[in-house]
Design a protein around this ligand. Structure first.
Ligand code: ATP
Ligand code: MG
Length: 255
Protein backbone atom coordinates (compact mmCIF):
# COMPACT_ATOMS: atom_id res chain seq x y z
CA UNK A 1 0.00 0.00 0.00
CA UNK A 2 1.25 3.46 -0.80
CA UNK A 3 1.28 5.88 2.09
CA UNK A 4 -0.87 8.63 0.60
CA UNK A 5 -1.28 10.90 3.53
CA UNK A 6 0.50 14.21 3.21
CA UNK A 7 2.98 14.83 5.97
CA UNK A 8 2.10 18.26 7.20
CA UNK A 9 3.96 21.10 8.73
CA UNK A 10 4.58 21.34 12.43
CA UNK A 11 1.66 23.04 14.17
CA UNK A 12 2.38 22.51 17.85
CA UNK A 13 5.76 22.41 19.48
CA UNK A 14 6.77 22.11 23.12
CA UNK A 15 10.44 22.83 23.66
CA UNK A 16 12.01 21.94 27.02
CA UNK A 17 8.74 22.48 28.84
CA UNK A 18 8.38 22.18 32.63
CA UNK A 19 5.32 22.46 34.83
CA UNK A 20 5.99 22.40 38.55
CA UNK A 21 3.45 22.85 41.31
CA UNK A 22 4.34 23.93 44.80
CA UNK A 23 2.37 22.04 47.44
CA UNK A 24 3.47 23.49 50.77
CA UNK A 25 7.05 22.41 51.22
CA UNK A 26 7.20 20.06 48.27
CA UNK A 27 7.46 20.69 44.57
CA UNK A 28 5.41 18.43 42.31
CA UNK A 29 7.19 17.98 38.99
CA UNK A 30 4.08 17.27 36.92
CA UNK A 31 5.93 17.88 33.66
CA UNK A 32 9.68 17.73 33.87
CA UNK A 33 11.30 18.89 30.65
CA UNK A 34 9.40 17.51 27.68
CA UNK A 35 9.69 18.03 23.95
CA UNK A 36 6.66 17.37 21.79
CA UNK A 37 6.22 18.03 18.11
CA UNK A 38 2.83 17.69 16.44
CA UNK A 39 2.46 17.89 12.69
CA UNK A 40 -0.60 18.74 10.67
CA UNK A 41 -2.73 15.63 10.14
CA UNK A 42 -1.08 13.62 12.93
CA UNK A 43 -3.02 11.26 15.16
CA UNK A 44 -0.95 11.22 18.31
CA UNK A 45 -1.54 9.34 21.55
CA UNK A 46 -0.10 10.27 24.92
CA UNK A 47 0.24 7.25 27.19
CA UNK A 48 1.64 6.49 30.60
CA UNK A 49 0.68 5.55 34.14
CA UNK A 50 -1.59 7.62 36.36
CA UNK A 51 0.19 10.74 37.58
CA UNK A 52 2.82 10.63 34.82
CA UNK A 53 1.78 14.07 33.54
CA UNK A 54 -0.52 13.23 30.63
CA UNK A 55 -3.32 15.67 31.44
CA UNK A 56 -0.86 18.38 32.43
CA UNK A 57 0.97 17.93 29.11
CA UNK A 58 -2.31 17.99 27.23
CA UNK A 59 -3.37 21.21 28.93
CA UNK A 60 -0.04 22.75 27.98
CA UNK A 61 -0.38 21.52 24.39
CA UNK A 62 -3.82 23.13 24.28
CA UNK A 63 -2.55 26.30 25.95
CA UNK A 64 -5.13 25.90 28.73
CA UNK A 65 -2.20 26.23 31.07
CA UNK A 66 1.11 28.08 31.00
CA UNK A 67 4.42 26.29 31.58
CA UNK A 68 6.68 27.08 34.52
CA UNK A 69 9.49 27.13 32.01
CA UNK A 70 9.94 26.38 28.30
CA UNK A 71 8.54 27.41 24.96
CA UNK A 72 5.20 26.43 23.46
CA UNK A 73 4.35 27.38 19.93
CA UNK A 74 1.03 27.07 18.21
CA UNK A 75 0.84 27.49 14.46
CA UNK A 76 4.40 28.82 14.42
CA UNK A 77 3.93 31.57 17.04
CA UNK A 78 5.20 31.48 20.62
CA UNK A 79 2.14 31.62 22.87
CA UNK A 80 4.01 32.78 25.95
CA UNK A 81 4.22 36.21 24.36
CA UNK A 82 0.46 36.56 23.92
CA UNK A 83 -2.03 38.34 26.14
CA UNK A 84 -4.59 36.00 27.75
CA UNK A 85 -7.45 37.45 25.69
CA UNK A 86 -5.57 36.90 22.39
CA UNK A 87 -4.61 33.45 23.54
CA UNK A 88 -8.22 32.56 24.36
CA UNK A 89 -9.26 33.73 20.92
CA UNK A 90 -6.61 31.66 19.13
CA UNK A 91 -7.35 28.65 21.30
CA UNK A 92 -11.07 28.91 20.60
CA UNK A 93 -10.45 29.02 16.88
CA UNK A 94 -7.64 26.51 16.46
CA UNK A 95 -8.34 23.86 19.08
CA UNK A 96 -11.34 21.75 20.03
CA UNK A 97 -11.37 19.99 23.39
CA UNK A 98 -12.95 16.69 24.40
CA UNK A 99 -12.81 15.56 28.03
CA UNK A 100 -13.28 12.25 29.81
CA UNK A 101 -16.31 13.61 31.67
CA UNK A 102 -17.89 15.20 28.56
CA UNK A 103 -18.22 18.62 30.30
CA UNK A 104 -21.46 19.62 28.61
CA UNK A 105 -23.37 22.49 30.17
CA UNK A 106 -26.39 20.89 31.88
CA UNK A 107 -28.87 23.75 31.53
CA UNK A 108 -28.24 24.24 27.80
CA UNK A 109 -29.80 21.98 25.20
CA UNK A 110 -27.60 19.73 23.10
CA UNK A 111 -27.82 22.17 20.21
CA UNK A 112 -27.04 25.17 22.42
CA UNK A 113 -23.99 23.36 23.78
CA UNK A 114 -22.67 22.96 20.25
CA UNK A 115 -23.51 26.59 19.41
CA UNK A 116 -21.67 28.01 22.41
CA UNK A 117 -18.04 28.05 21.16
CA UNK A 118 -19.20 29.89 18.04
CA UNK A 119 -20.73 32.60 20.19
CA UNK A 120 -17.30 33.32 21.68
CA UNK A 121 -16.01 33.76 18.13
CA UNK A 122 -18.76 36.23 17.29
CA UNK A 123 -20.67 34.04 14.81
CA UNK A 124 -24.26 35.22 14.08
CA UNK A 125 -27.07 33.23 15.66
CA UNK A 126 -28.50 31.91 12.41
CA UNK A 127 -25.16 30.54 11.31
CA UNK A 128 -24.52 29.09 14.76
CA UNK A 129 -27.77 27.17 14.52
CA UNK A 130 -27.08 25.94 11.01
CA UNK A 131 -23.57 24.76 11.85
CA UNK A 132 -24.71 23.11 15.11
CA UNK A 133 -27.45 21.21 13.27
CA UNK A 134 -25.02 20.06 10.61
CA UNK A 135 -22.47 18.92 13.20
CA UNK A 136 -25.09 17.04 15.18
CA UNK A 137 -26.09 15.26 11.97
CA UNK A 138 -22.45 14.37 11.47
CA UNK A 139 -22.26 12.60 14.84
CA UNK A 140 -25.61 10.88 14.21
CA UNK A 141 -27.51 13.03 16.69
CA UNK A 142 -29.57 15.14 14.33
CA UNK A 143 -32.71 14.24 16.26
CA UNK A 144 -31.35 15.08 19.72
CA UNK A 145 -30.73 18.84 19.46
CA UNK A 146 -33.58 19.83 21.76
CA UNK A 147 -32.66 17.30 24.46
CA UNK A 148 -30.68 18.25 27.54
CA UNK A 149 -27.43 16.45 28.42
CA UNK A 150 -29.06 14.44 31.23
CA UNK A 151 -31.63 13.11 28.76
CA UNK A 152 -29.09 11.34 26.56
CA UNK A 153 -26.64 8.48 27.12
CA UNK A 154 -22.95 8.83 27.94
CA UNK A 155 -21.87 7.86 24.43
CA UNK A 156 -24.29 10.38 22.98
CA UNK A 157 -23.01 13.07 25.34
CA UNK A 158 -19.48 12.40 24.16
CA UNK A 159 -20.61 12.70 20.54
CA UNK A 160 -22.21 16.04 21.41
CA UNK A 161 -18.83 17.00 22.89
CA UNK A 162 -17.20 16.02 19.57
CA UNK A 163 -19.68 18.19 17.69
CA UNK A 164 -18.96 21.03 20.08
CA UNK A 165 -15.22 20.57 19.65
CA UNK A 166 -15.73 20.94 15.90
CA UNK A 167 -17.85 24.08 16.16
CA UNK A 168 -15.18 26.54 15.09
CA UNK A 169 -13.67 24.14 12.59
CA UNK A 170 -10.40 23.82 14.55
CA UNK A 171 -7.19 22.42 13.12
CA UNK A 172 -6.52 20.36 16.22
CA UNK A 173 -8.69 18.20 18.48
CA UNK A 174 -7.41 17.42 21.95
CA UNK A 175 -9.07 14.51 23.69
CA UNK A 176 -8.17 13.57 27.28
CA UNK A 177 -9.32 9.97 27.82
CA UNK A 178 -12.34 10.47 25.55
CA UNK A 179 -13.56 6.93 26.12
CA UNK A 180 -12.61 6.71 29.79
CA UNK A 181 -16.23 6.81 30.97
CA UNK A 182 -17.68 4.68 28.18
CA UNK A 183 -18.07 0.96 27.67
CA UNK A 184 -15.94 -0.64 24.97
CA UNK A 185 -18.55 -0.66 22.25
CA UNK A 186 -19.71 2.91 22.82
CA UNK A 187 -16.08 3.98 23.08
CA UNK A 188 -15.36 2.44 19.69
CA UNK A 189 -18.04 4.54 18.10
CA UNK A 190 -16.53 7.69 19.59
CA UNK A 191 -13.08 6.60 18.38
CA UNK A 192 -14.43 5.94 14.90
CA UNK A 193 -15.63 9.53 14.73
CA UNK A 194 -12.18 10.75 15.77
CA UNK A 195 -10.64 8.51 13.12
CA UNK A 196 -13.00 9.91 10.52
CA UNK A 197 -12.08 13.47 11.51
CA UNK A 198 -8.41 12.63 11.21
CA UNK A 199 -9.05 11.30 7.70
CA UNK A 200 -10.73 14.60 6.92
CA UNK A 201 -7.52 16.35 7.89
CA UNK A 202 -7.92 17.21 11.56
CA UNK A 203 -4.94 16.73 13.81
CA UNK A 204 -5.86 14.59 16.81
CA UNK A 205 -4.03 14.34 20.10
CA UNK A 206 -5.46 11.84 22.53
CA UNK A 207 -4.56 10.85 26.06
CA UNK A 208 -5.36 7.24 26.82
CA UNK A 209 -4.63 4.49 29.30
CA UNK A 210 -5.56 1.84 26.81
CA UNK A 211 -2.82 0.40 24.61
CA UNK A 212 -5.38 -1.18 22.28
CA UNK A 213 -6.80 2.25 21.48
CA UNK A 214 -3.42 3.80 20.84
CA UNK A 215 -2.44 0.83 18.71
CA UNK A 216 -5.63 0.90 16.68
CA UNK A 217 -5.80 4.64 16.06
CA UNK A 218 -2.60 6.57 16.68
CA UNK A 219 0.33 6.94 14.29
CA UNK A 220 2.65 8.16 16.97
CA UNK A 221 2.76 7.58 20.72
CA UNK A 222 4.47 9.66 23.39
CA UNK A 223 5.13 7.53 26.45
CA UNK A 224 5.32 9.59 29.63
CA UNK A 225 6.80 8.53 32.94
CA UNK A 226 7.36 10.82 35.94
CA UNK A 227 6.74 13.91 33.84
CA UNK A 228 9.29 12.96 31.20
CA UNK A 229 8.98 11.53 27.71
CA UNK A 230 10.33 8.04 28.17
CA UNK A 231 9.98 7.02 24.56
CA UNK A 232 8.31 7.86 21.28
CA UNK A 233 6.99 5.11 19.03
CA UNK A 234 5.71 5.46 15.50
CA UNK A 235 3.30 3.10 13.88
CA UNK A 236 4.98 2.97 10.52
CA UNK A 237 7.93 1.23 12.18
CA UNK A 238 5.50 -1.36 13.50
CA UNK A 239 5.26 -1.59 17.24
CA UNK A 240 3.61 -3.80 19.77
CA UNK A 241 2.19 -1.47 22.38
CA UNK A 242 1.28 -4.13 24.92
CA UNK A 243 4.84 -5.38 24.82
CA UNK A 244 6.29 -1.87 25.02
CA UNK A 245 4.10 -1.01 27.97
CA UNK A 246 5.12 -4.13 29.86
CA UNK A 247 8.76 -3.43 29.14
CA UNK A 248 8.58 0.18 30.29
CA UNK A 249 6.16 0.04 33.15
CA UNK A 250 6.00 -3.56 34.30
CA UNK A 251 3.01 -5.82 34.27
CA UNK A 252 0.39 -3.59 35.87
CA UNK A 253 -1.02 -1.33 33.23
CA UNK A 254 -4.40 0.04 34.25
CA UNK A 255 -5.21 2.43 37.03
N1 ATP B 1 -3.04 21.70 39.91
C1 ATP B 1 -2.17 20.85 40.44
N2 ATP B 1 -1.57 21.13 41.60
C2 ATP B 1 -0.68 20.27 42.14
N3 ATP B 1 -0.30 19.10 41.59
C3 ATP B 1 -0.88 18.78 40.42
C4 ATP B 1 -1.83 19.61 39.79
N4 ATP B 1 -2.23 19.02 38.63
C5 ATP B 1 -1.56 17.86 38.58
N5 ATP B 1 -0.75 17.71 39.65
C6 ATP B 1 0.15 16.56 39.91
O1 ATP B 1 0.98 16.40 38.79
C7 ATP B 1 1.17 15.02 38.46
C8 ATP B 1 0.69 14.77 37.03
O2 ATP B 1 -0.72 14.92 37.00
P1 ATP B 1 -1.59 14.64 35.67
O3 ATP B 1 -2.98 15.00 35.99
O4 ATP B 1 -0.94 15.32 34.54
O5 ATP B 1 -1.41 13.06 35.54
P2 ATP B 1 -2.06 12.06 34.47
O6 ATP B 1 -0.94 11.35 33.79
O7 ATP B 1 -3.05 12.77 33.64
O8 ATP B 1 -2.80 11.01 35.44
P3 ATP B 1 -4.21 10.22 35.25
O9 ATP B 1 -3.90 9.07 34.35
O10 ATP B 1 -4.51 9.75 36.65
O11 ATP B 1 -5.22 11.17 34.72
C9 ATP B 1 0.40 14.26 39.51
O12 ATP B 1 1.32 13.87 40.52
C10 ATP B 1 -0.59 15.26 40.05
O13 ATP B 1 -0.91 14.99 41.39
MG1 MG C 1 -5.18 12.67 33.46
Amino acid sequence: MIYMKKIGKEIIKLKDVFKYYRMGETIVKAVDGINISIKEGDFVAIMGPSGSGKSTSMNLVGSLDMPTKGRISLGGGDISELEESDLAQIRGKKIGFIFQSFNLIPNLSVKENVMLPMMFQGVEREEREEVAERLLEKVDLGNRGEHYPNQISGGEQQRVAIARALANDPEVILADEPTGNLDTKTGEKVMDFLKQLNKEGKTIIMVTHEPELAEAYAQKVYWLKDGKVEKITKKKNGFNLEKEERRLFGKKKRK
